[in-house]
Design a protein around this ligand. Structure first.
Ligand SMILES: [Zn+2]
Length: 239
């Protein structure tokens, strides 16, 4: 576990996602594996996912409560240390300065060596359009990492409140069409599936869930001969 401690400190990982369940689908296996290996995982959810229902009797207030509880339960299964929610509106995220500042604040508070988030360059694939909230969060997070969180004169009131500038060392982007990293999640895929089951309002009783998740992880690992993998585009910050 040589890489779990840097400079006498445990490695901290901040996962920045648009909606509840995004962290588990995208990087639940990696987060669970890293948590088991001694890394500290922090979640930042930019919305409470309150548009994610087709039930005609569902209200926004109820759905906010349900999805927040589901996300907290899933994070516990993953072994994450903390879950923080921002109050942006589901379906209406844009890479505004307001969103960027909220993410900078969290980067300066948690001081992660590693940040994981949505790849904002993916607008569509042959079968899907990438949700605009995902693109917005990916863009705002990259902008927050560089240069905003790093340079002390950006949002200078942070410093007065004890939030010092911070340099992130590595960024892992999920959903990338040209990944550079394959993380072996064979040891944590069961935990990923168990965490996804916590999102009952989204995955129902999860009948085909296990099959679907295993299939995707198997496909992702194939090019590298890994039984089950999650893939990322990794940026190692040169300065
Ligand atoms: Zn999402």
């Amino acid at each position: 576990m040589e890489q779990q401690v840097q400079g006498g400190e445990r490695v901290r990982v901040l996962v920045v996602a648009a909606h509840p369940d995004d962290p588990e689908f995208a990087c639940g296996g990696t987060s669970a594996r890293w948590a088991a290996e001694g890394r500290e995982i922090y979640y930042l959810l930019c919305t409470r996912g309150h548009k994610g229902s087709s039930d005609p009797d569902m209200t926004v207030e109820r759905l906010i409560r349900i999805r927040e509880q589901e996300q907290r339960a899933a994070a516990e299964v993953i072994g994450a240390r903390e879950v923080t929610f921002l109050d942006f509106v589901d379906g209406e995220l844009a890479p505004t300065l307001e969103l960027r500042e909220a993410i900078v604040r969290e980067i300066r508070r948690v001081r992660p060596q590693i940040v994981m988030t949505h790849d904002p360059t993916v607008v569509y694939t042959a079968t899907h359009i990438n949700h605009p909230d995902h693109r917005a969060v990916g863009t705002a997070t990259l902008d927050a990492i560089y240069p905003t969180a790093r340079d002390r004169l950006n949002f200078p009131d942070h410093e007065r409140n004890g939030l010092l500038p911070h340099k992130v060392k590595e960024v892992y982007l999920w959903g990338s069409s040209s990944p550079t990293e394959w993380i072996d999640i064979s040891s944590s895929i069961d935990r990923k599936i168990a965490a996804l089951r916590c999102h009952a309002s989204q995955v129902g009783n999860g009948e085909q869930l296990e099959e679907r998740v295993r299939q995707r992880a198997k496909q992702a690992g194939e090019p590298r001969g890994i039984p089950y993998a999650e893939t990322f585009f990794r940026i190692e910050m040169a300065r």
